[in-house]
Design a binder for this molecule. Structure first.
Ligand SMILES: NC(=O)c1ccc[n+]([C@@H]2O[C@H](COP(=O)([O-])OP(=O)(O)OC[C@H]3O[C@@H](n4cnc5c(N)ncnc54)[C@H](OP(=O)(O)O)[C@@H]3O)[C@@H](O)[C@H]2O)c1
Length: 271
């Protein structure tokens, strides 16, 4: 597994995304067994970074991530757990309460990374960061970050956070370069901020093309693995693909071992 190191913290290039684990916008207990199998497979394969949110399945994703970690052979400190506060909870007291609720569902003493899930409307970030800074000082969260923040908001977050903003989690894939085009990737690379790519295989809708197929054939890999290898070929970039399928979970993890040539990376970038 390849890694990125930010502020002396080393994270694997490929982690596991837990959106749809346990349901979509509300808990779907019919998915529990499938969800726990996926999480168990990921832990056994060696994934160490798990990304969830209070919004995912209305908290049930956090419950299942916590459960899978507790029954696994891994120690809590061997894992890196990210969760997120929803934009409707960005007032001071609401942030503190949201974090307590996430920790209760995860049954954990702390999370490694706590993100503002996406920008809210009419939010006073001074107030939000007063609460986030307290959570960091109290050790409830080890690092603070943001998600879906444009350059202007990312700069504002950096000014308000008492600790360095650890990451901006944004969409990034062979077909979605919006956060390259808006300057966020370059800014993260220049300022030691981790760029966490979500939906790296376009929510499973990755469309095949000749370039992807040719490169996949040359590496005896799937087009999904090549798409992931391209994403993480960028400095300061990690990613968090999601899958229910144990075979895909293994393949996605193994994608970190692929070595794309400069020419292959350029073809995918320009394709
Ligand atoms: N911060 C945000 O606003 C935000 C937004 C979206 C997502 N996220 C995070 O990012 C994570 C990943 O994004 P995502 O779930 O939207 O999309 P994704 O990881 O791009 O795609 C997931 C889908 O791709 C399929 N898939 C994954 N690996 C595959 C493979 N090797 N071969 C074939 N199909 C494969 C999965 O189906 P199978 O189950 O059949 O494998 C699943 O349906 C989320 O789980 C979440 O943690 C964050």
């Amino acid at each position: 597994m390849k890694h990125e190191t930010i502020n002396s913290i080393t994270l694997p290039k490929i982690g596991f995304g837990a959106w749809r684990i346990g349901g979509n916008s509300s808990p779907d207990h019919a998915l529990d067994s499938k969800s726990l199998t996926a999480l168990r497979s990921a832990l056994e394969v060696g994934y160490a970074h798990f990304d969830t949110a209070e919004k995912y399945a209305d908290g049930h994703s956090e419950e299942l991530v916590g459960e899978a970690v507790r029954v696994s052979a891994k120690k809590r400190e061997e894992l890196f757990i990210t969760t997120k506060v929803t934009p409707s909870h960005l007032k001071y007291d609401d942030v503190l309460k949201a974090c307590e609720n996430s920790l209760r569902r995860l049954k954990m003493e702390y999370v490694d990374l706590y993100l503002i899930h996406w920008p809210g409307t009419g939010v006073k970030y001074e107030e939000t960061f007063r609460a986030l800074n307290k959570l960091a000082r109290d050790g409830k969260v080890k690092h603070l970050g943001v998600s879906n923040f444009n350059l202007k908001l990312l700069k504002q977050a950096r000014e308000l956070s008492e600790t360095p903003i650890f990451t901006n989690q944004v969409p990034f894939s062979v077909s979605d370069r919006s956060y390259v085009d808006n300057g966020v990737l370059e800014y993260c690379q220049q300022n030691d901020i981790l760029f966490t790519a979500y939906s790296p295989v376009d929510e499973g809708k990755l469309s095949s093309n000749k370039t992807l197929e040719t490169i996949a054939k040359a590496h005896n890999a799937s087009i999904f693995q090549i798409a992931l290898a391209w994403v993480i070929s960028h400095p300061r970039v990690i990613t968090i693909p999601m899958s229910f399928n144990p075979q895909h979970i293994q393949e996605n993890f193994d994608a970190a071992e692929l070595e794309l040539s400069k020419s292959e990376i350029a073809q995918l970038t320009n394709g």
